[in-house]
Design a protein around this ligand. Structure first.
Ligand code: GLN
Ligand code: ZN
Length: 760
């Protein structure tokens, strides 16, 4: 009999209850007892939702982040927390947000660094290690959850992050190395496993997703040492890997002395046979056959065709599950009322995925006949999606095959075209500009919402937006900026805004996914061939240009960022989908050019995060990602200036690819690192113009003029000053006008100062 289990469930709640409770708690509007009660209710609700599974995950719930939870379980808290008052929960949120629960200023510390969890859009708090680190088991948090589930008679499977992955995710704050801590940390893990065993728990799931990345010898060795040391704990370990295939870690993983191994079949299907060959007679194989990272229905019959022979040979030793934790998909499709019914029928969120899992189990255990109706309905949805004209549009597909070399290359080289652009734009040295968005006031948000709900006529809405644009232009002129923008008041989100206007996209109402802590995102769903019915931005931007003699920069979101921040169709390679997006954006670029907009910025905020987990696969991704940008941007005339923006600057390793995008100007985030991130330009001579962000827009503080001048002085030791622009780090939409005006004023003053230096 095959058995089902789940690796983890979204913890935010189907109506983001956790988010709202946390925010209340942080504001002092909810006390700790209430917060903990709500958390408990959510856990209970989640177990009910998963109760069709034979084994339920426990400990996957977290008030903020599961990696931070693991740090607490291991007693690994930075020493800077030691002297602070408050209880454990206070310290927990201090590590997460830098602030104690009650926002007492004197009780603030530096928050832990936050970074992306593998190639997902989930962010975890990076564990810190120093010579002072002393691990010490703090079992309470997990204990509570296990007891709660056991009290309800669920078969529980505690979930923890494995020691090797934990160390790999950690950062050493001195000259030590993560693996220096292995012996110490293993003692705590052994204790932890022993405690779990005492609770009468059979299985524990230990997540080691780093097994899908390239590992050096020492890390491989650490796996052997760790799992050998767990052999005596008596608890059965399900070692779980996900987000990729094992490749050269395959024999390492399958030889570890564990009771079971979980593979992500969505990504590692081709490895299953090999693993089957190396299993011992009592080892369990868990196959993640349902995509835990995407929102499409599983083709159940096709899955069964593949799975049934394996089930025959493994019998009880086969488990099935989603490929990874369902944390990365929305909770419940049944809440959606506004998705077109045809498209709705192709989708599956966390709860629906567990129903699919149950159907697979019944089909295997009792024969397909037992779930005939479910299978038929599923087959019907799969067939309809495959054949749907909403998905497939021959003329769009044909266009994508006709992308020529010419249309991805600018007419002339940068040195030539910059002359033409300069003759037209007549910009001073150190030109100043912004990244696009300006503060989104309450009035703007209200207008957008009312318009969306149909409470505002288009003409009225347009009027309101025009007012905003007018004010925004006026303020930029007052400030004396050189290149102006329209301010993006009409955009709620840089991907959603474009997605809403493209055919092939749909939007959920409640499809929230946790990004970090209380923050959730609602990725649009890209289901079909992409086309643009009409212009998406031209009216707003043209209007803005009509108000000023200064050059206006039209703002677009690039294809790669659209792709990386959406749930994307799984029936064709991402590359093809990206090219289709690029063709649609390109049409918009050309329309803006036709409308006389002299500068066009194509944001690629998320280009870097699409990099595959393994470096050996980077180049393939970069090739099509960069080509997509070139498709968007490079069909314009020499005199049109193309800008791009990226929200990070760790691109030392991909700088030559970024240069090959051939944008005339790139603006990047750099100020937080004191321009250190520009080190790459010592080695690599970046050929075009560049605007290293001179102040951090995430902070409400006003940067000093001198500070900005210093930063640009620093930058000009690497990049000739004729090629430097002066701009903030990123868009200003989350700031207030009274923060933005003084900051930009200082930026303009700094530019004046720098120009004086050049002339003297
Ligand atoms: N143009 C966008 C803005 O200014 C860019 C946002 C981003 O890079 N994340 O808001
Ligand atoms: Zn940005």
């Amino acid at each position: 009999m095959v058995l089902t289990h789940n690796l983890g469930f979204p913890r935010i709640g189907e109506n983001r209850e956790l988010k709202f409770a946390l925010e209340k708690f942080w504001k002092g509007e909810m006390n700790e007892t209430k917060l903990q009660e709500l958390a408990k209710d959510l856990r209970l609700e989640n177990w009910v939702s998963q109760s069709s599974c034979d084994l339920l995950p426990v400990g996957d719930f977290s008030l903020y982040d599961q990696v931070l939870d693991m740090s607490f379980i291991l007693g690994n808290l930075p020493h800077r927390l030691n002297d602070l008052k408050g209880n454990e929960l206070d310290n927990y949120f201090r590590m997460a947000r830098g602030r104690s629960a009650n926002n007492d200023e004197s009780q603030c510390v530096r928050a832990g660094e936050m970074t992306k969890w593998f190639d997902t859009n989930y962010h975890y708090i990076v564990p810190e290690l120093t010579g002072e680190t002393e691990f010490c088991l703090n079992f309470e948090r997990l204990l509570i959850q296990v007891k709660e589930a056991q009290a309800l008679n669920y078969a529980v499977k505690p979930v923890i992050i494995g020691p090797v992955t934990y160390l790999w995710l950690s950062k050493c704050k001195d000259d030590s190395q993560p693996l220096d801590y292995l012996d110490d940390i293993l003692k705590v893990y052994q204790e932890l496993l022993a405690q779990i065993k005492q609770l009468g728990v059979d299985w524990v799931q230990i997540d080691e997703p780093i097994l899908v990345t390239k590992l050096g010898d020492q890390w491989q060795q650490a796996f052997n040492q760790s799992y050998k040391s767990f052999e005596d704990t008596g608890v059965k370990i399900l070692l779980s890997t996900y987000f990729g295939s094992l490749q050269d870690n395959l024999s390492l993983a399958s030889d570890l002395p564990v009771a079971g191994l979980h593979l992500d079949v969505i990504n590692a299907k081709q490895e299953v046979n090999k693993v089957l060959g190396s299993l011992t007679n009592d080892q369990v194989l868990s196959l993640g056959v349902i995509d835990g990272r995407n929102v499409w229905k599983t083709d159940l019959n096709a899955t069964l065709d593949w799975l049934e022979p394996i089930a025959k040979s493994l019998g009880d030793r086969l488990w099935i599950a989603p490929s990874c934790s369902l944390l990365h998909v929305p909770v419940d499709l049944n809440l959606e009322e506004n998705i077109n019914t045809e498209v709705l029928d192709w989708l599956s969120f966390a709860k629906q995925k567990l129903t699919e899992l149950e159907t697979l189990k019944l089909a295997i255990n009792q024969g397909r006949e037992a779930v005939k109706d479910q299978l038929n309905r599923n087959q019907n949805s799969i067939n309809l999606r495959k054949a749907s004209q909403r998905v497939h549009n021959a003329s769009i597909k044909a266009k994508a095959t006709k992308i020529s070399e010419r249309s991805t290359k600018r007419q002339s080289v940068f040195e030539e075209r910059i002359k033409v652009q300069q003759a037209k734009l007549n910009l001073p040295i150190f030109p100043t500009t912004s990244i696009g968005s300006f503060p989104q006031t309450k009035e703007i948000r209200r207008a957008r919402l009312q318009y969306k709900k149909g409470q505002l006529e288009h003409a009225e809405y347009k009027q309101l937006m025009h007012n905003e644009i007018r004010q925004c232009i006026k303020k930029q002129e007052q400030l004396g900026l050189d290149v102006l923008v329209h301010g993006e008041a009409e955009r709620n989100d840089m991907v959603e805004y474009f997605g809403e206007q493209l055919d092939g996209y749909t939007f959920s109402e409640f499809g929230w996914v946790q990004s970090y802590g209380s923050r959730c995102v609602k990725p649009p769903i890209l289901y079909g061939d992409i086309s643009r019915a009409q212009t998406m931005t031209v009216d707003w931007i043209e209007y803005a240009q009509s108000l000023t003699k200064k050059p206006l920069k039209g703002m677009l979101t690039g294809a790669v960022t659209m792709l990386n921040w959406s749930f994307v169709r799984d029936d064709q390679p991402r590359k093809e989908t990206c090219f289709q997006l690029a063709l649609a954006i390109r049409e918009e670029v050309l329309e803006l050019e036709k409308a006389g907009i002299p500068i066009i910025q194509i944001d690629e905020a998320a280009l870097r995060e699409g990099l595959p987990l393994r470096e050996s696969e980077w180049q393939e991704y970069l090739n099509w990602a960069i080509k997509s940008f070139q498709i968007c941007a490079n069909d314009v005339q020499d005199q049109t200036q193309i800008h791009t923006h990226m929200c990070y600057s760790e691109f030392n390793d991909i700088i030559s690819d970024i240069a090959s995008m051939d944008a005339d100007v790139i603006t990047i985030e750099t100020s937080r690192s004191d321009m250190e991130l520009l080190d790459v330009f010592d080695e690599f001579k970046y050929p075009n113009q560049i605007g290293p962000g001179v102040y951090d827009i995430h902070s409400p503080n006003t940067p000093e003029v001198g500070q900005i001048v210093n930063l640009i002085d620093k930058a000009s030791t690497r990049i000739p000053k004729e090629r430097l622009w002066i701009n903030p780090d990123c868009g200003l939409k989350t700031r207030q006008w009274d923060e933005v005006m003084p900051a930009l004023n200082h930026m303009v003053l700094a530019a004046t100062e720098l120009r004086k230096q050049v002339n003297s």
